[in-house]
Write a protein that binds this ligand. Structure first.
Ligand SMILES: [Zn+2]
Length: 151
């Protein structure tokens, strides 16, 4: 089990993904992706804050939210609704699990191929009548321990 890895598209790969979906490569979309690379998992508000911190590109929360939603519709980003009812977007498109910090409302990616394989093997033996499982979403809900607390 590790906390690194997964698949985060570089800016160049992101351009290719946009073109593949017939989306224009715009300054705003690139700024959103750059912010997402830095943030990993973020709400529209957090992305706007990050873009404004970086400088020149002008954005509004509404336009950033629209860009994020559209990218999620094309499955370029993932979507996660947090326990404090905020929509978070996920830049990591690889298979991964999440550790959700319910005090700070932050997600951390967890790579655990062993668990993923166990679940997939389990699903091959246990089917749900009338349904096809398309995706697996595993999230650990945690709070920072008193000892070893970061930040
Ligand atoms: Zn993630």
């Amino acid at each position: 089990m590790s906390l690194q890895g997964g698949k985060i598209p570089t800016l160049e790969e992101f351009r290719t993904l946009l073109r593949k979906h017939d989306l224009k490569v715009t300054g705003q979309r690139l700024a959103v992706h750059e912010a997402m690379i830095n943030l990993g998992h973020a709400s529209a508000d957090m992305v706007v804050e990050e873009i404004r911190r970086q400088g020149p590109v002008k954005v509004t929360v509404a336009s950033v939210y629209n860009i994020l939603s559209q990218l999620a519709d094309f499955r370029i980003y993932g979507r996660r609704l947090s326990a404090n009812s905020k929509m978070y977007f996920d830049v990591n498109i690889g298979k991964h699990l999440h550790l959700y910090d319910r005090e700070n409302h932050r997600y951390r990616d967890i790579m655990d191929d062993e668990l993923m394989e166990l679940v997939q093997a389990h699903l091959r033996r246990h089917k749900f009548k009338g349904f096809t499982v398309e995706d697996i979403d595993i999230q650990y809900i945690a709070r920072p321990s008193r000892r070893g607390r970061t930040s």
